[in-house]
Design a protein around this ligand. Structure first.
Ligand code: VG1
Ligand code: CO
Length: 635
């Protein structure tokens, strides 16, 4: 599988090019209330006609930055392309979602350029020569410089057009939406997602192909291979492009189009959801809404969508201006890092609905008044209500899926609705094939990722709109003065019908890699010796394994995706190492227990799960291996 190469076709199908093992098979495609809303308008959508700017490459005097020792290699399309000599750099292997490192690492000479060139070296030329790519990012530090490097290398490799969000801003879900709508060959996202930003922190790059889906491992493995043998970067000798105003700049046959990052995405959301229904809820005087953009990319989307289109009050958007360092924050919408929002929602007279999104806009957190909806419950509840509350699903979802560590709440919905159901490894890239094959509509991860086949990424604003739709639908006949059905009412009614899956995740961030790796090795060894019926305290083992997944569409196999212990009562403890960190190793422990008894549903998750959590800590010997007494984040 790793030797497969893929064609990026604009028809949203992923086709294998030189992959003999597939020749004989049919192949399916794979409180702080921000008062700075005035400056937000700079980033909001203001439709106007694009300007056309034309540059004549031969008259340019500005040189591409690192081209001093380079030689001109071609001038076929009216632009000069320099061959910049380079050497392989170790460690450019992508993780769960793209390549993430400290900014200082990316600023090393040719670090980013090498990876981008290695990517072009990994794609069949017919998929990008004269092709169309999209470029977006979450507004973090280093994006401006990175955008210019990416544009020059794209031009140097013969790309025809690159469509860039204004100021380099475009959320991950919006890039996926734009790739699909514009029938582009693929796109880049400049983001380390929920990791903090700024000169001392993280930067990252992801590549999505023509269906808008994150590149599968078959492509990322190839890119990594090429980073180890790279010797030349093809860089167009063009000046930096002004990304601050909408319009097209031409350089010979290559063009850069700066686009509004919101409009295509907003149009899609208007097709998926019943906007008048949501508006009827948000404009009620007895319903209070807050959205925390965490000074990240959804700041650019929140005002045009929630305020201008859906009638939310302007002061309902918190931290609504994207900043290079996310306002010194950690743009991760969870109970620890979105603490301002949590304080408001759990405070006296808190609002009825609160939500937040992460750095690049693909994660979401949903809160009611004094109530947290776990992401595992959230996807199950969206799936259970999709058909009646969301027009896009009016014929019912085609199938449901979750990542392996996500709780089994969704499984119960699939069972009741008699829908196909899939359990995939952690990371959104595993859902896309199922969607392209028409087997999957609604899916999610416990890590605050929820989405559907409207695009091929998880989608923070979509999840918020899905929840608003459910609450609006339940309250559509309520008159002023009637008591509204709240977020917690919706969740508790769901538990009463399906039972409650208590779930928690413990993260031990930035541990020493050696100890963390040894712990996983120890657990794998334990798994290999375990057998059904083994006693673990009061729990009886059903099975233990290191999760492996065979993609039902293309047959590719992903192994070593997490060590799990599954007990006879359905309880699970799961261990894996993060693939998105930029330093050391982050250990994640996932703990789950099913509770059918309604009288126990009000219990606090940490108390309900205490015996299993203690068991997980003792089975793994985590304290001995990592030296950590306490997790850094509990969800
Ligand atoms: C984490 C999450 C995973 C998610 C990934 C990318 O990966 O656990 O569910 O898909 O981040 O999300 P890991 O390997 O660190 O556990 V994002 O918003 O950072 O693109
Ligand atoms: Co993200």
């Amino acid at each position: 599988m790793a030797s497969c190469s893929y064609s990026l076709k604009p028809n949203n199908m992923l086709l294998p090019s030189f992959c003999s093992s597939f020749k004989s098979r049919p192949f399916l495609s794979n409180a702080i209330f921000s008062s700075s809303s005035s400056s937000l308008s700079l980033l909001s959508c203001s439709p106007r006609l694009p300007l056309i700017r034309t540059s004549h490459a031969h008259s340019l005097s500005i040189k591409a930055s690192s081209s001093s020792s380079s030689t001109a290699i071609a001038d076929p399309e009216g632009i000069k392309v320099n061959s910049v000599p380079t050497k392989p750099i170790e460690g450019q292997k992508t993780g769960t979602s793209g390549l993430r490192k400290k900014v200082k690492v990316f600023k090393q000479e040719n670090y980013l350029a090498n990876w981008i060139q290695a990517l072009f070296n990994s794609l069949p030329p017919e998929d990008y020569k004269n092709g169309h790519l999209v470029l977006g990012g979450d507004g973090r530090y280093f994006n401006k410089e990175a955008a210019q490097i990416i544009i020059k290398i794209a031009a140097g490799n013969g790309v025809g057009k690159i469509m860039v969000g204004r100021d380099g801003i475009m959320s991950t879900p919006a890039v996926s939406a734009v790739i699909r709508k514009q029938k582009a060959n693929g796109g880049f996202i400049m983001s380390a997602s929920h990791n903090p930003g700024g000169p001392e922190y993280d930067w990252g790059i992801k590549f999505n192909y023509s269906s808008g889906q994150p590149a599968p491992e078959s492509i990322t493995d190839k890119i990594y291979g090429n980073t180890l043998s790279i010797s030349e970067i093809k860089m167009a000798d063009i000046p930096d492009v002004d990304l601050s105003s909408l319009g097209v700049t031409n350089f010979g046959n290559f063009s850069v189009e700066v686009v509004d990052p919101v409009s295509d995405y907003l149009e899609l959301m208007e097709n998926v959801f019943d906007f008048p229904l949501i508006r009827s809820l948000l404009s009620r005087s007895d319903f209070r809404f807050v959205f925390d953009a965490m000074h990240a990319v959804t700041g650019a989307y929140a005002k045009p969508i929630f305020v201008e289109k859906l009638g939310a009050k302007p002061d309902s958007i918190l931290n609504g201006v994207p900043l290079e360092d996310f306002g010194h924050g950690h743009p991760d919408p969870n109970l620890t890092y979105a603490r301002d929002l949590v304080a408001i929602m759990y405070g006296e007279n808190g609002p009825d609905f609160g939500a937040a999104s992460d750095g690049d806009g693909d994660r979401n957190m949903i809160l009611g008044k004094g109530f947290f909806v776990t992401p595992s419950d959230s996807v199950a509840i969206i799936a259970a209500n999709a058909q009646e509350a969301i027009p896009y699903f009016k014929s019912g979802p085609k199938g449901l899926a979750r990542s392996m560590p996500t709780s089994g709440a969704l499984d119960r919905v699939a069972e009741k609705l008699k829908l196909p159901f899939f359990e995939v490894p952690t990371g959104w890239k595993f859902f896309g094939n199922l969607m392209d094959a028409g087997k999957l509509s609604v899916c999610g991860e416990e890590s605050f990722g929820t989405g559907s086949d409207h695009i091929r990424e998880k989608d923070g604003i979509w999840a918020v709109l899905a929840w608003l739709s459910i609450v609006a639908h339940r309250n559509k006949d309520k008159k002023p003065g009637d008591k509204l059905i709240s977020v917690s009412d919706v969740v508790k009614a769901h538990w009463a019908t399906y039972g409650r899956n208590f779930f928690s995740r413990y993260d031990y961030e930035e541990c020493e890699s050696e100890g963390a790796n040894k712990m996983i090795g120890y657990l794998r060894d334990l798994v290999s010796k375990s057998k059904a019926g083994d006693k673990y305290g009061n729990y009886v083992l059903q099975f233990a394994d290191d999760f492996a997944y065979t993609d039902p569409v293309d047959g590719s196999v992903a192994s070593k995706q997490g060590v799990r212990f599954v007990f006879t009562d359905g309880s699970r403890i799961i261990f894996r190492l993060s693939g998105t960190g930029s330093a050391g190793a982050t250990v994640r422990i996932y703990i789950e227990q099913f509770e059918p008894d309604v009288s126990k549903h009000e219990m606090d998750a940490q108390s309900a799960l205490k015996p299993l959590i203690d068991l997980a800590l003792s089975v793994s010997k985590l304290r001995d291996f990592t030296g950590r007494e306490k997790p850094t984040v509990i969800t």
